[in-house]
Write a protein that binds this ligand. Structure first.
Ligand SMILES: [Zn+2]
Length: 325
């Protein structure tokens, strides 16, 4: 039998749909500070799926996908529960920035959070311990934010037992996203690392950015979530899956000089090792740094915001191998 779900003082019974602002603390002016919670609790048994967005405040596509799906879902026919948090990092969202202007902390480095820590750590604590830990499957949605553009990519990590890793891979493949990055345990404090450490199959879907909220990327996020819900029989339908997947692990190349960043490539362009991808030039137009492909591969993500400082992300070149479905 499906059961009621309780998050703090909010209980959502089977067959109910609810949205609420979950306040966990308050601002200096006394306004509630927390995050929005959008839940559909189905009338039939099934997994509790958490989908979160805007852990980085300048990533907008996923929140729109979550809001759309919440409105579409019918609690009478849903199996399991959909738990959406369209904006986890409200202070950063309000500022239109990746990190909160209050403490400058990157929220995706501090999970599982800290009850007596900085403000971002406190918000992260409540999200992780009171929302994420009560769910069965975790889909952490990200994007390029203001600075980057990202071709739709799904990430899962080799953390925990073989069984847990298999479940995370199943979740990643169920999304239907055809660019796959299988990562290790780096980026401690990130949701897709700490969620796995907490025993929850956890993936990240990355896409979009450029400081925008384009329909094509909102639609792609929505499709990934709905594919997952179909795969786990939460909603009827057959997932739309790719015939082949591009396995593209890699990493970002960091700039060593500041200046004006300009790229010569598009997302998903294939590149050869040593090929010129982008340049950084000074105020007089002299090239001060050339960004070259570190290996043969595919452009998974690249900077689109022109001003660049030393030590910032430029391009992500994934190695390229094809896996038939
Ligand atoms: Zn992000």
């Amino acid at each position: 039998m499906p059961s009621a779900i309780t998050f703090r003082d909010v209980t959502i019974k089977p067959g109910e749909k609810a949205k609420t602002y979950m306040a966990v603390t308050q601002t200096p002016g006394g306004q509630p500070l927390g995050f929005p919670l959008m839940v559909v609790n189905g009338s039939q048994d099934g997994p509790i799926l958490l989908v979160d967005g805007a852990v980085h405040g300048d990533e907008y596509e996923s929140g729109e996908a979550i809001r759309t799906i919440w409105r579409k879902l019918d609690p009478k026919t849903l199996r399991g529960a959909f738990v959406g948090v369209p904006v986890v990092n409200v202070p950063a969202f309000e500022a239109g920035r990746r990190s909160s202007p209050v403490d400058g902390i990157n929220m995706n480095r501090i999970f599982p959070g800290k009850l007596d820590g900085f403000q971002t750590e406190q918000l992260g604590y409540y999200f992780f311990n009171e929302i994420l830990k009560k769910c069965d499957l975790v889909v952490d949605m990200h994007g390029g934010g203001v600075a980057l553009a990202i071709s739709p990519t799904v990430i899962y990590r080799e953390i925990g037992s073989d069984e847990l890793q298999e479940k995370a891979k199943e979740l990643a493949y169920a999304s239907g996203v055809d660019l796959v990055w299988k990562g290790g345990g780096k980026w401690g404090g990130g949701i897709n690392v700490e969620g796995m450490r907490a025993g929850k199959p956890t993936i990240t879907v990355e896409l979009g950015g450029e400081g925008r909220c384009l329909n094509q990327y909102v639609d792609a996020q929505q499709k990934a979530i709905e594919n997952i819900m179909m795969h786990y029989k939460m909603i009827p339908g057959t997932p739309d899956l790719p015939k082949e997947r591009i396995i593209a692990p890699g990493s970002f190349e960091f700039s060593t000089k500041g200046g004006l960043f300009r790229t010569k490539k598009q997302l998903r362009d294939r590149v050869k090792k040593g090929e010129l991808i982008a340049t950084i030039s000074d105020l007089f137009g002299e090239v001060v740094e050339e960004v070259k492909a570190p290996h043969d591969g595919i452009i998974v993500s690249q900077r689109t915001f022109p001003t660049i400082h030393a030590g910032e992300w430029t391009v992500y070149v994934g190695t390229y191998s094809v896996e038939k479905a």
